[in-house]
Write a protein that binds this ligand. Structure first.
Ligand code: FAD
Length: 382
């Protein structure tokens, strides 16, 4: 029988688990991270990589608790990117140092952007030069520069890898909970941890069943659209209309074949859940034509992605306001609820843990599988 003993076992290698593992290692904890598939394998690698400062949550004119809780995150990530935080993201790729809020020329959208700008003094800059795509004479709307970053998520995940302390295996399936330790029959491996932190995203529902835990989870489904093309300009923006949610949120990502991919979320993705893939692509093409009539995407390739956001259950499927960490004794249950909130989540978990026990460093037996980093989702689909 092989045995591993650690202070903290982290289950799930998305942004939540990886960020936490790095911080704990920096503080002298012995950790092991268990990932069922690839690092970042579910929501994290499918996210748009926007480090929100909460601006889009204030489109109804008020700074909601969500906008306040997330407001500190861009500065926190900036510090990590500069190598001035506990987490070092100097090797991560910044796709854009700003995200934009743009409205078409209709009266209702102008009003929405007006309220947003009043509510958000200091976070929004409407004197900044327009990004090249909006310098076209046909652009008649408003455009505000937000102090928010957009990151290449796989490069962030790569910065968070902890060599020799990440294992590919599925808790609750290949590894079973035995009351006070985990057992993996295939490798005769026993893992003992003083605490286990569940960061399994959507997988935390099945994991809770295995462990007899009962915190309800909600799924908010999305039908994202991606288009691969050779139009020269990139776009990082929320397009706002009459409602308090962006009509479309568009980010741009380099593809390995030299083209770029525009990845489209927002209302298009939320309201598109009932549409078939063909209907969703037709809807997105039509929306882009209406919003950006001067942009010719030419011979573009289109694809869609159905994916759920997994979060603690809220009343009427509303969006949670901040990261979530619940102390359940042997277990700590976590959902960051946003990629941007991973630092905030680890801030919540750290005080729930006893100091490191001074355990000796362990070595993973070489036959055990180790997880790789997920490919960007557009490389998989386009
Ligand atoms: P995940 O990234 O889903 O990771 C969970 C991991 O746990 C997975 O790798 C999975 O394989 C593993 N796992 C599951 N079950 C088990 C098990 N039993 N044993 C071992 N491992 C297991 N947020 C932002 O801030 N900005 C954005 O631009 C943004 N865009 C988004 C776009 C989309 C389409 C979606 C879906 C979400 C977006 N979000 C965004 C939200 C953000 O992506 C998520 O809140 C965040 O990535 C969740 O991270 P996580 O680590 O909890 O989960």
């Amino acid at each position: 029988m092989k045995r591993i003993e650690v202070d903290v076992l982290i289950i799930g290698g998305g942004i939540a688990g990886l960020w936490l593992q790095r911080r704990l290692e920096q503080r002298g904890y012995q950790t092991l991270l268990l990932e069922a598939a690839n690092l970042g394998g579910k929501q994290s690698v499918c996210s748009q990589g926007i480090i929100h400062g909460g601006t889009k949550y204030a489109l109804n004119g008020m700074l909601t608790p969500a906008a306040n809780a997330i407001g500190e995150m861009p500065a926190r990530w900036q510090a990590a990117l500069a190598g001035e935080d506990e987490i070092d993201l100097r090797q991560a790729r910044l796709l854009s140092d700003a995200h934009y809020l743009w409205s078409t020329a209709s009266l209702s959208s102008k009003l929405t952007s007006f309220f947003a700008s009043k509510a958000l003094r200091g976070r929004v800059n409407n004197d900044a030069p327009l990004p090249p795509l909006f310098q076209h004479p046909q652009f008649k709307g408003n455009c505000y520069r937000l102090n928010e970053l957009v990151l290449d998520v796989p490069s962030v995940l790569a910065c968070l890898q902890v060599a020799g302390k990440q294992l590919q295996g599925c808790a609750g399936e290949t590894l079973r909970w035995q009351g006070d330790h985990w057992y993996w029959p295939e490798y005769s491996l026993q893992i003992r941890a003083r605490r286990q932190v569940l960061c399994a995203g959507e997988g935390s529902e099945a994991l809770q069943q295995h462990l007899g835990l009962k915190t309800p989870m909600q799924r908010r489904p999305l039908h994202m659209v991606m288009v691969k093309h050779r139009y020269p300009d990139s776009l990082f923006a929320h397009c706002i209309g009459a409602s308090s949610k962006p009509l479309a949120t568009i980010t741009s990502h380099p593809h390995s074949d030299g083209s770029q991919v525009w990845y489209i979320g927002g209302e298009v993705a939320e309201s598109g859940v009932e549409r078939s893939e063909a209907e969703q692509i037709a809807h997105a093409k039509h929306s882009l034509q209406q919003l950006l009539p001067w942009v010719d995407l030419g011979q573009a390739d289109w694809a869609t992605l159905r994916i759920n956001r997994a979060e603690p259950k809220q009343n009427s499927l509303s969006r949670p306001d901040s990261a979530y960490a619940e102390d359940l004794g042997d277990f700590i249950l976590c959902w960051p609820t946003k990629l941007a909130l991973a630092p905030n989540l680890s801030d919540q978990v750290l005080p729930m843990l006893a100091p490191p026990a001074g355990l000796a460093c362990y070595e993973l037996p070489s036959e055990l599988p180790q997880p790789a980093i997920s490919q960007p989702i557009w490389e998989q689909l386009l």
